[in-house]
Design a protein around this ligand. Sequence first.
Ligand code: E4P
Length: 217
Amino acid sequence: MKFFVDTAEIDQIKELNDLGMVDGVTTNPSLILKSGRDILEVTKEICSIVSGPVSAEVVALKADDMIAEGRKLAAIAPNIAVKVPLTWDGLKACKVLTGEGMMVNVTLCFSANQALLAAKAGATFISPFIGRLDDINIDGLDLIADIRTIYDNYGFETQILAASIRSANHMSECAKIGADVATAPAAVIKAMANHVLTDKGLEGFMKDWAKTGQKII
Ligand code: E4P
């Protein structure tokens, strides 16, 4: 499973990228707001750090306007994936932009039917939002599993990009189901390293090591 980091914070992207943990980046208008940066500038900087797909989201609501914004965003760098919302206009924009050779990430997906339409429109990525479904007491992981089944049934090549990930558990569950990509905040990716028995074990080793009175360096 590929890891994308869901942020527009350069320091976080650099830290994970240096460790080889970043296969791509996703941003959205809320993350751009949080970064306090200009969308074109920060997206260009991210693309200079990460060689994999960097999703940049359109903000227009009409297909023609989304297409114009998508072309402008895609001109930033060859690794831009234009992010469009899963609306009828977004699907139209997806079809046109993928037809022009751009990568398109169809976002704000909350149902298997929406994912099916995105695949028909030629989406490169479909982004089902797990956490926001969990927030309304619908199991977001079930949606990932349903989309996996549907795409495999018909050989759709659209990659399942599990999004709105809130916990390390979401990451391993997505990997078990077979999501192609998971995008998560840097804190969630780092939290995957944590285990209470690792902490306890390390504490024990440190206590015993201190008793040996030895040093390695
Ligand atoms: C993905 O592309 C989205 O930017 C993101 O995962 C949304 O996550 P949220 O529901 O935590 O805002």
